[in-house]
Design a protein. Structure first.
Length: 329
């Protein structure tokens, strides 16, 4: 019997309407359009506006679009893995909230927290449920409302992040397409460079934590950059070597969109030309868990059955990894 792989059989995404341009940021913090573009590659990002709207509200749009495309109902979904660093609330899981909002009455689900690597951790985890035969339809959602944890007075972080969400459906495939391999890594020692200090059990919210601005993203950009540029490139090269893939055989690199310079370094390490790299950072910035599914969504019409994709990410934690998958449709 041929091995069952977990194939992506549908993808959809959603970004909010509001466009926060570099020009507008120039009026908020001491920065310039030219600096932001040259250091990050970002021109604009989307922001979710509206009282009471959270990450799950973007996911509803992404998932409903996906279900429509695939021609299935929410009741057919068996498992929802919601990869996010900005859940609607500490508990219950955003997966539960999403299931309720879309009417996925037969699904169980949970949230997965691995910062910017969350989506590939979730994809790899979701694939196990398909490969084992436990489930036939698994939704992997990746999204963040980063604007909810960004300090718009901190020019080193507010220029980078944006809001957005994407989702993929995983189903069994016996033609050899789907998730073939993954390499996932964490190093908790990196937490000092990129974290949200308060709001967890170690430092619950208080007047003091709010006054100290400890509910915002704290990032030491240069340190994060150094780890990201090395580890993301290394892990992408490692998965190619392990699977004896040449750069010619790679159809697409789908990188986490943290910084254009990190993406370029990864592509160069893999020997992959710019024409094979999915990049939309200039329009969305870093949407954390949203970047990779949003790329897949935007490039969907160019993807062909059997295409070889290498997904690679690096994020807070630190977390990093890569996934090798063959496109199934
Ligand atoms: C954040 C980041 C864009 C900053 O770029 P950088 O080239 O490392 O810039 P530095 O932090 O060295 O700062 C260089 C100078 O620019 C200044 N600067 C920082 N942000 C600025 C901004 N928005 N506008 C203008 N100047 C800025 C700094 O204050 C510093 O000035 P100084 O030399 O007078 O002290 C970059 O470090 C980065 O992308 N890091 C990784 C981020 C990442 O991947 N995070 C997510 C992981 S998933």
């Amino acid at each position: 019997m041929s091995k069952i792989h977990a194939a992506i059989t549908a993808v959809h995404g959603y970004v909010p309407d509001y466009v926060l341009t570099n020009k507008e940021l120039e009026s908020i913090v001491d920065t310039t359009d030219e600096w932001i573009i040259s250091r990050t590659g970002i021109k604009e990002r989307r922001i979710l506006k509206g009282e009471g709207l959270g990450t799950s509200d973007m996911a509803v749009h992404a998932v409903n679009g996906l279900l429509k495309k695939r021609g299935i109902t929410a009741e057919e979904i068996e498992l929802i893995i919601f990869c996010t660093t900005t859940p609607d609330m500490p508990f219950p899981a955003s997966a539960n909230i999403l299931a309720d909002k879309i009417g996925a009455k037969n699904a169980w689900g949970y949230d997965l927290q691995a910062a910017c690597s969350g989506f590939i951790f979730g994809l790899s985890t979701g694939a196990q449920f398909i490969e084992s035969g436990k489930h036939k339809k698994v939704l992997v959602v990746g999204g963040d409302k980063m604007s909810s944890i960004i300090n718009y007075q901190d020019r080193t972080t507010c220029i980078i992040f944006g809001d957005g969400c994407g989702a993929v459906l995983l189903e069994p495939n016996s033609e050899g397409n789907g998730v073939i391999d993954s390499i996932l890594r964490t190093d908790g020692a990196g937490r000092q460079y990129l974290h949200q200090k308060a709001g967890g059990s170690a430092r619950p919210a208080s007047h003091q934590t709010v006054d100290n601005q400890e509910h915002f993203v704290h990032q030491e950009g240069q340190a994060v950059f150094k780890f990201a540029v090395t580890n993301m490139a290394d892990v992408a090269a490692e998965i190619m070597e392990r699977n004896q893939l040449t750069s010619e055989e790679v159809t697409w690199l789908v990188p986490h969109q943290a910084n254009k310079r990190i993406i370029d370094a990864t592509a160069s390490r893999m020997g992959v030309g710019a024409e094979k790299v999915m990049i939309n950072i200039e329009r969305y910035g870093n949407t954390t868990n949203g970047t990779i599914p949003l790329c897949l969504w935007e490039w969907e019409s160019q993807l062909k059955k059997g295409d070889t994709l290498i997904l690679a990410a690096f994020g807070g934690g630190f977390t990093w990894g890569s996934v090798y998958l063959k496109w199934a449709y």
